[in-house]
Design a protein around this ligand. Structure first.
Ligand SMILES: [Zn+2]
Length: 313
């Protein structure tokens, strides 16, 4: 269960001594303050003005923000980068090497900004975007300034050191960040998407085994706060542990359901369509139908692919 009081928040919000929640319900970024500051998660184009305003409210001078941690190269985690770079002159972009490789592909990045526009439109149609959506002037590529490798650390001073883990199951380029000082876990999309109180959308888009391994790793980290990029902020190790158990169970169950359907002769397309109907709701319905269909197609492919691989072993 995701407690209701953790789903409705005011922004900006102080979470721990050195961590602040900024952005909005659907696209959350986190400010980590040491002697210098880092922002975890870039969000989308239209969350940028909110983040800029909220950081100002927190009394942060634009020059103070040194680092932007980009958890992975999916459009809803990178489209905020150009706007943030404009607002914060010293900002350096940190991401995995795999993410850096994706972000120099013009065609991919252009596609990202199309999805960003579609998402803003969907939210606008539902009256959920209060501010005007800025029309992005899409850059052809996004440069990563510092590549993060497995186990790397980023020292922000005053004991605030971010530790990075590469967790490739959601995308080949995904990474989580962890702040041991306050036991805050920034799980990226590696924990699943909490669609509602009792439904977590499993997101093993690049590999089922890797995703499950990643979930178990996250579950085993000693966390007092789980700071997720979409709709979720949990505090208390028991709540966090329960969330990861639920996410893991949903993942295993989805894998089995897909497999059963495949074994009784349903086509991959039919199965994917079924998943789409089941999961295209809540915050996921803010995304374009095409985008979520790509996601459900991937879940079907990764399930069947993993099973065929096992049979060959
Ligand atoms: Zn993602």
């Amino acid at each position: 269960m995701i407690p209701e009081n953790n789903r409705i928040m005011n922004y900006p919000r102080k979470i721990t001594e050195g961590v602040y929640l900024v952005g909005n319900h659907f696209f959350r970024s986190y400010l980590v303050r040491g002697e210098i500051c880092a922002l975890v998660e870039a969000g989308v184009t239209w969350s940028v003005p909110q983040v800029v305003k909220q950081l100002e409210e927190l009394g942060m001078a634009p020059e103070e923000l040194q680092y932007l941690i980009v958890s992975h190269a999916h459009f809803d985690h990178v489209c905020g980068i150009p706007g943030l770079k404009r607002a914060f002159p010293n900002l350096q972009i940190l991401a995995s090497e795999a993410a850096a490789r994706v972000l120099v592909k013009t065609k991919v990045v252009t596609g990202f900004f199309s999805e960003d526009v579609a998402l803003a439109k969907n939210l606008g149609d539902k009256g959920q975007v209060m501010q005007a959506v800025p029309i992005p002037d899409p850059p052809v590529t996004i440069n990563v300034d510092m590549v993060i490798n497995e186990g790397d650390k980023l020292d922000l001073g005053r004991g605030a050191i971010l530790h990075f883990n590469l967790l490739p199951g959601h995308s080949p380029c995904s990474m989580a960040a962890y702040l041991p000082l306050e036991q805050v876990l920034f799980a990226a999309d590696c924990g699943g998407y909490p669609i509602s109180e009792d439904t977590i959308f499993p997101m093993y888009f690049s590999g089922y085994e890797d995703y499950v391994t990643g979930l178990k790793k996250l579950q085993n980290m000693e966390s007092s706060v789980l700071a997720a990029p979409h709709e979720l902020l949990l505090s208390g190790s028991r709540e966090i542990s329960r969330f990861f158990r639920q996410s893991l169970a949903s993942t295993v169950q989805l894998y089995e359901v897909i497999l059963e359907n495949y074994k009784i002769g349903r086509s991959q397309d039919e199965i994917s369509q079924g998943l789409f109907q089941r999961f295209y709701r809540g915050g996921l319905a803010n995304y374009s139908t095409g985008n979520i269909r790509v996601c459900t197609d991937l879940l079907v492919r990764r399930t069947i692919g993993a099973e065929n691989f096992c049979q060959h072993e």
